[in-house]
Ligand binder design. Structure first.
Ligand code: ADP
Length: 567
């Protein structure tokens, strides 16, 4: 007949282990002497594919552990030494809980159950926070006295942590939603980050300066005392705290040691935080990190895929919130700029139109008076010349403004004819040279350079470039106007030896109202509005040409435009 011992011994590796133990040296005595009811329970437990464990003894403090194969992995490195050992030696780290539960079973004869209880267990990875749903039920001997407990446990750590983290992230996102400005964002952040403090020991958010060179601690969560001075603001350089220079440069997460930094955290369940994850936080525009998040990792929790994904998501949700705020601000700024620009266009249109009529009238009258005075009072007539030039300058300004409002309204029209660019250059050169009372050195090809263009508008562009060359260079410096053919294009260049334009201003000189900082009018009193080059660009582009500048600070500038040659 098969005995209970035989059945036990044949129940997998765990059964063999149980059968081979020297039970006679324990208070439980030899296996053969155990009460038949206990042996039946053991047979059943060892044969089960579900993780089960029994604790046998005359009282909790002496209860010894017997478990089946399915239970062994839950013991980690403690298996197989745990088989037959007293429970208090197997789980010293959570003995408080076991003792309390086992007392209920032994002394009150009551089963005990608990759902998602947190235990700190040593399974070879320091102390882990483990969640279990567990039940202890009494095992009685043949006289009905409690002589042990059957423990059925199911680890629920994954489910509990996933639900807790999901909730923390939801609360964080909800908390940040009302933030419409970056100041609000940083003000709300301590509360938003506090929701993550069950999974991270502390959280810091550093703001980076726009150049990404300096980090300033704007938010802390989870600290019992202020952050140490050295961690509050620093320059990003090799050796700076949190290896932040690396994180910002590479725009990727880094794990760094956090022991010995003098951090005083509020909850140190299993010792102070020893590692921190340092993560870049982006804000959409400009690209690259706008802030850096540092979170203290719980030593009791291995940084497995789920934990890693969780800390990355904290940084991602914060990045999303910051990006939203920045795009909202950008949209607002754009709307403001559009409104402002519309207002400027309207103003330009009205003001220039209203100014043109009295100016024309003034000019006519000056011409009449000039004609009559020339014979009578030549000295006074010369004065009128000055007056006439002022009117010309004002007329040019007003015309510039009118043209700009025509561009804004999409109404810049060209009267194109076949013409020789050489004559346009010659007359614009002569006109500007006379107005500035300075020579222009002309370099024109011998052959006609025929283009299909609006003569007046093209002349206006050359006049603008020449006027600038005169205006921004000293009176004794030469100004040169050249025309050449290059492939299928004609190229006109105005060159001066003025102050030059720094490279960073190249893309902006053709913008409306842009004036290069530090460049001042050297000759003449005509101060511009920053519209001439904008207008020139619009005219040239309408002719299917290009306009550009080459310049070196201190050496002068060359403004050129191209136009397709007429076939
Ligand atoms: P403005 O009426 O102010 O001259 P423009 O549109 O013609 O406006 O020129 C824009 C700006 O570009 C000027 O304000 C000046 O700062 C710079 N600029 C234009 N031409 C020259 C030049 N030849 N040398 C140096 N700076 C120049």
């Amino acid at each position: 007949m098969t005995t209970a011992q035989d059945l036990i011994a044949r129940s997998g590796a765990a059964g063999a282990l149980v059968a081979g133990l020297a039970w006679s040296e324990t208070p439980l005595g030899p296996l053969a002497s155990w009460p038949p009811r206990v042996k039946v329970v053991l047979e059943t437990v060892l044969a089960s594919g579900f993780p089960l464990c029994v604790l046998l003894g005359d009282e909790p403090a002496h209860a010894r552990v017997v478990y089946n194969d399915a239970f062994a992995p839950l013991l980690g490195h403690k298996h197989p030494a745990a088989m037959g050992r007293p429970a208090r030696e197997v789980w010293p780290e959570s003995w408080d809980f076991f003792e309390w539960a086992l007392r209920q079973v032994w002394h009150a004869g009551q089963p005990v159950t608990g759902k998602d209880l947190m235990l700190r267990l040593d399974r070879g990875n320091d102390l882990e926070e483990v969640y279990v749903s567990i039940s202890f039920s009494p095992i009685r001997d043949d006289q009905g006295a409690v002589c042990g407990a059957l423990m059925c446990g199911m680890e629920t750590t994954g489910v509990v942590l996933a639900a807790r983290r999901e909730r923390a992230l939801r609360l964080l996102v909800d908390a940040l939603r009302p933030a419409k400005r970056e100041d609000d964002f940083y003000r709300i952040m301590p509360k938003a980050l506090s929701y993550t403090l069950k999974d991270v020991f502390f959280a810091f958010l550093y703001e980076l300066d726009p150049a990404g060179k300096k980090a300033t601690l704007r938010v802390t969560a989870g600290l019992a005392a202020e952050a140490p001075e050295a961690l509050r603001a620093f320059t990003l350089a090799p050796g700076c705290p949190w290896e932040m220079a690396f994180v910002v440069r590479e725009n990727e997460m880094r794990l760094v040691p956090s022991a010995g930094l003098g951090l005083c955290v509020m909850s140190a369940l299993a010792g102070p935080p020893t590692r921190a994850a340092v993560l870049p936080v982006t804000g959409g525009s400009p690209p690259g990190p706008a802030a850096v998040l540092v979170v203290g990792l719980r030593p009791a929790r291995p940084l497995d895929d789920e934990y890693g994904a969780f800390v990355q998501r904290i940084a991602r949700e914060i990045s999303v919130a910051l990006t939203d705020i920045r795009s909202l601000r950008a949209a607002e700024r754009h709307a403001e700029a559009v409104a402002e620009s519309r207002l400027k266009d309207m103003f330009l249109g009205i003001a220039s139109h209203e100014l043109r009529t009295p100016l024309t009238c003034l000019k006519l009258n000056v011409q009449l008076v000039h004609r009559e005075l020339t014979a009578l009072e030549p000295r006074l007539a010369a004065r009128l010349d000055g007056l006439s030039r002022s009117i010309d300058r004002m007329t040019r300004l007003v015309n510039e403004m009118l043209s700009v409002s025509a561009i804004a309204a999409g109404k810049l029209t060209l009267q194109e004819t076949y013409c020789d660019l050489r004559s346009i250059c010659t007359s614009a050169g002569a006109e500007q040279s006379q107005a500035a009372r300075r020579p222009v050195s002309l370099h024109l090809p011998e052959e006609p350079v025929c283009v299909f263009a609006d003569e007046d508008r093209t002349g206006q562009v050359i006049a603008n470039l020449l006027a600038n060359a005169f205006k921004y260079s000293a009176a004794e410096e030469p100004v040169e106007l050249s025309l050449e053919r290059s492939g299928t294009e004609a190229i006109v260049t105005v060159r001066d030896r003025g102050p030059g334009i720094p490279k960073e201003s190249f893309p902006r000189v053709f913008d409306r109202f842009y004036r290069v900082p530090g460049v001042s009018v050297r000759t003449g009193s005509y101060v511009g509005l920053g519209l001439g080059l904008y207008l020139s660009k619009a005219i040239i582009e309408q002719h299917h040409g290009r306009i550009w500048v080459e310049s070196e600070v201190g050496r002068g500038s060359a403004f050129s435009f191209s136009m397709p040659l007429a076939a």
